[in-house]
Design a protein around this ligand. Structure first.
Ligand SMILES: Nc1nc2c(ncn2[C@@H]2O[C@H](COP(=O)(O)OP(=O)(O)OP(=O)(O)O)[C@@H](O)[C@H]2O)c(=O)[nH]1
Ligand SMILES: C=C(OP(=O)(O)O)C(=O)O
Length: 309
């Protein structure tokens, strides 16, 4: 079976462009449902960022929602979250916020958000949008939404091609979300059409890992994420390896003023090293202050830094 035959529902940039019969004064537009996990548990694969991780998850959501609200085809953004801080900051941007009931995780949250959107705006098509798209550009989102066929559900895979960043459907049609590992295949198997757009890298660039963050930087980060990562604590600096435990892949470095700063396995892994010896000169990035300060990225001075501008 060829790749094409296993994608019977695929549509591409030549698919008919959907238009909406918006009369004068009517603001139909897409309803965009954005799920935002409670910040304390969000983005666990970015744990190398230590205390910065929840703030980064919020910055991703702020940049995603701001870009969606700036998209000309979007009528409104409905955030689904149980996080009070995320709710307040995203509401201030102009999003509507729903509580994360029934609290069963991502798919029930999305089904709840989509059902509410259908009820409140029955003539609008509905799409989900992941909240971890810090490089999202409004014009690229418009290109994707314009390519959604008028009938049936359609989805856009994430940049690695295994997950899903967006699942869309016509007014009134339940979205039947199947997010989670391998969701691209699950949505395809469930009968949704795959959108095959060559030209929407910022919509597909979800950020789960430090390498994803480096890729998003190259596309251009939104203002909230850029401001957070531009903080002086995250600037690269030199240090000296002090301790290293190969069983836990954690240890500490000494800054050039003699201050020890710890690192854990995700920070070590982010730099691509296999081992470290006391006394080696390293290049690091740190986050947090005082006793909270820790190394979030570490590599040998001679190795490339994937986060480098
Ligand atoms: N409302 C809500 N959103 C969720 C939930 N779980 C995940 N999300 C959101 O769904 C999208 C995709 O989730 P993931 O990429 O797995 O994000 P994550 O769970 O923060 O990241 P990891 O901890 O690395 O898996 C993001 O917008 C998350 O904020 C949930 O239980 N409720
Ligand atoms: C939940 C998903 O996101 P991620 O792959 O980013 O965890 C998904 O793609 O279905």
């Amino acid at each position: 079976m060829t790749e094409d035959t296993v994608r019977p529902a695929a549509v591409g940039p030549t698919a008919p462009v959907r238009t909406h019969p918006a009369g004068p004064g009517l603001r139909l537009g897409w309803s965009v449902v954005v799920p935002v996990k409670a910040l304390t548990g969000a983005k666990s694969r970015l744990s190398a960022l230590g205390p910065l991780r929840p703030r980064l998850a919020l910055a991703f959501a702020l940049d995603t929602v701001a870009a969606a609200l700036a998209c000309p085809l979007v009528g409104r953004v409905l955030v689904v979250t149980r996080d009070a801080r995320a709710a307040a900051e995203l509401r201030a941007l102009g999003a509507d916020v729903l509580d994360d009931e029934p609290g069963g995780g991502l798919n029930p949250a999305l089904a709840h958000g989509a059902a509410t959107a259908h009820r409140r705006h029955p003539r609008s098509p509905v799409t989900t949008l992941s909240a971890d798209l810090p490089a999202l550009r409004p014009a690229e989102l418009a290109r994707v939404l314009a390519a959604v066929p008028a009938r049936g559900r359609a989805f856009l895979a994430d940049a690695p091609g295994t997950g899903t960043v967006l699942l869309a459907g016509p007014p009134g049609e339940p979205l039947r979300p199947a997010f989670g590992p391998g969701s691209r295949d699950a949505h395809l198997a469930g009968g949704a059409a795959e959108l095959l757009l060559p030209d929407a890298p910022s919509v597909r660039r979800d950020v789960d890992t430090p390498a994803d963050l480096a890729a998003a930087r190259l596309l251009g980060l939104g203002p909230a994420t850029a401001a957070l990562l531009g903080s002086p604590m995250l600037a690269p600096m030199q240090a000296t390896a002090f301790t290293y435990d190969p069983t836990t892949r954690s240890g500490s470095v000494l800054l050039d003023d003699g201050t020890p700063v710890p690192f854990d396995a995700p920070a070590f892994d982010a730099g691509g090293l296999r081992l470290l010896r006391a006394g080696q000169r390293v290049r690091i990035r740190t986050a947090g202050e005082g006793a909270e300060r820790r190394v979030v990225f570490l590599t040998l001075q001679t190795f490339p830094d994937p986060e480098a501008d």
